[in-house]
Design a protein around this ligand. Structure first.
Ligand code: UDP
Ligand code: MN
Length: 296
């Protein structure tokens, strides 16, 4: 059982020695200038990490929003998560929805639980997307802090197609956006109007982070979502909304509160971009959707 797994003691483990003079990846950046790892296939050993996190009995909350027609994505999302997301660990799925009766009954593995959170919807899809920050923030202090150690906050129009495990966990983490991992700073689609709280000047910025995958400890996610929600509300008062909504505010947060780990494009890919050589595994990929039809 999961409880027994949690009691596994760190013990003798056999694995290849890390090679100081022969780094596993030289084709991609694997650490930031502030010493946060960037997670790529080949850079870590799951056995070591699983033993470490099982010994701590880590509990993980996966938050997802299925508002209005987006409930159609829930079945595939959870079914593929059962195969690939944090297998062997304690997981709570937190599904925020305005249509609880549309959420299918899915049999989960031991140690895993589905929690349906009934919430209101908003008319504009941009507002639905942005309000996720407020709703994650509110439950972080009311509920998540009592039930899990880490939160992983993702889009629902996605499916898991390879392992996403404890290698992603850290105090606060973001994910490289699949459209901008090779781009210049100037090409990042940050908010460029100084009037907005999300404003980032042309000569600043590290990476362009995706709005659809971030997380960390419950306390760090509280701080992140509280910042983003507050910035959005301030902009709303001034009748301005950042160009890419919650993603723009998230990028502003990460500029001045550096993430302690960054997930590579393996963790957020869109197959319509093809498969570059450096992409060895596609772990979490976008489910194609008709934007017009699904959002209205
Ligand atoms: N979303 C939702 N209902 C909507 C619009 C958005 O539940 O009507 C949620 C859903 O979790 C979705 C996320 O907001 O994955 C972000 O929106 P979307 O995936 O459409 O943005 P994109 O990935 O296309 O930028
Ligand atoms: Mn999406």
């Amino acid at each position: 059982s999961v409880d027994q797994l949690a009691e596994v003691k760190l013990q003798r483990m056999l694995y290849p020695k890390p090679e100081t003079l022969n780094p596993p990846r030289t084709d991609v950046l694997t650490i930031t200038p502030w010493f946060a790892p960037i997670v790529w296939n080949g850079m870590y050993n799951s056995d070591i990490l699983n033993a470490h996190f099982l010994q701590r009995g880590v509990r993980i909350g996966l938050t997802v929003f299925a508002i209005k027609k987006y409930t159609v994505f829930v079945k595939t999302f959870i079914e593929t998560a059962e195969k690939f997301f944090m297998v062997g660990h304690r997981v709570n799925y937190y599904v925020y929805t305005d249509r609880p009766s549309d959420i299918p009954n899915i049999t989960l593995a031991e140690g895993r639980r589905l929690v349906i959170l009934n919430v209101p919807s908003y008319q504009r899809w941009q507002e639905v997307s942005m309000r996720r920050m407020e709703m994650i923030r509110d439950l972080s202090h009311q509920r998540f802090n009592k039930e899990v150690d880490y939160l992983v906050c993702v889009d629902v129009d996605m499916q898991f197609s390879d392992e996403v495990g404890v290698e992603i966990l850290s105090d606060v983490f973001g994910t490289l956006h699949p459209g901008f991992y090779g781009s210049d700073r100037q090409s990042f689609t940050y908010e460029r109007r100084p009037e907005s709280q999300a404003f980032i000047p042309a000569d600043e910025g590290d990476f362009y982070y995706a709005g659809g995958f971030f997380g960390g400890t419950v306390e760090e996610v509280y701080k992140l979502t509280d910042f983003c929600h507050y910035a959005m509300m301030t902009d709303k008062e001034h009748n301005i909304e950042a160009i890419w909504h919650d993603e723009s505010y998230l990028n502003k947060y990460f500029l001045y509160h550096k993430p302690t780990k960054i997930l590579s494009i393996e963790y957020l890919w869109d197959n319509s971009f093809g498969v570059p050589d450096l992409l060895k595994r596609r772990r979490f990929v976008a489910v194609p959707k008709n934007h017009e039809a699904i959002r209205n």
